[in-house]
Design a protein around this ligand. Sequence first.
Ligand SMILES: *[C@@H]1O[C@H](CO)[C@@H](O)[C@H](O)[C@H]1NC(C)=O
Ligand SMILES: *[C@@H]1O[C@H](CO)[C@@H](O)[C@H](O)[C@H]1NC(C)=O
Length: 279
Amino acid sequence: MLFAICVLGLVGAAVGQNQPCGVPSVQPITNRIVGGQIAVPGSWPWMVLLVDDLGFIAGSGVVIDQHVILTSAQHFEGPGFSLYDLDLHYWRAYAGEYNISVTDPHEKYYRVKRVVPHPGYNYTSLENDIALVITTQPILWNDHTMPACLPDATHTYNIGEVCYLPGWGSTASTGNEEVLNQVDLPILDDSVCQQEFPVFLTNTEICAGYKNQGKDWCGDDIGSPLMCKDQNGAWYVQGLASSGGDCVKADQPSVFEDVPQYSDWIKNTMEQAGYPYQY
Ligand SMILES: *[C@@H]1O[C@H](CO)[C@@H](O)[C@H](O)[C@H]1NC(C)=O
Ligand SMILES: *[C@@H]1O[C@H](CO)[C@@H](O)[C@H](O)[C@H]1NC(C)=O
């Protein structure tokens, strides 16, 4: 009996390590349509929905390893509240989620063990708006739950490259806020966001989206990843939605944390937390 349990444990670990990052079994839609669209179930399998201790949606995040979700620091610290006031043990991170009104077949929630906001996070300027959520249990991989790739620090982006923002916050103005939506967003030159936002930080933020085209994201999408595809076809997290999402007006581009700039911090923090990055 004991032997059987040990063998199962080893098999579990091997499956975890063999799961490649950024390769969904269900392909996302990648044609560009005005206003965004409803995502195919399972096509962004690294998306997680963060729900707070009262059962309210706090935002989204992205799974990058078996115990680690990348998201914005804004969910945990802001004007009048801080990490220390939150009852994190009652928060839930839903993986394999699609329709928030029902329990989806692949949905499973994980409890939060710890949250590590970036030490340089400033909630006024939103500088370094990034945090790691460490789960209590390892996230189990299946067809609807897989890690996204984390780019390394040397990775650079290309202006004009079209990336995708999946999210539950009526991302794409599809009028359907209960299922995962997606919107395609081209990466723009920093100067576009510098004109729109006086505090845009060129070294650590990326500008993406449109001006006056009615495509944008919403508040609940904060912490959602800006997903781009590499030459080998794997999806990686280029950005994290931080500010500028105004789905009502939808006339401005948006600001994302530039994830490669934080790659070393993420890996070091994971190592210190006892969950070294596996990919
Ligand atoms: C989501 O679930 C609700 C409740 O069952 C259902 O009415 C709705 O049609 C579902 N949405 C989609 C897009 O499947
Ligand atoms: C945070 O940002 C605000 C606005 O840019 C600035 O006034 C303040 O000094 C910053 N705080 C820290 C601790 O850097």
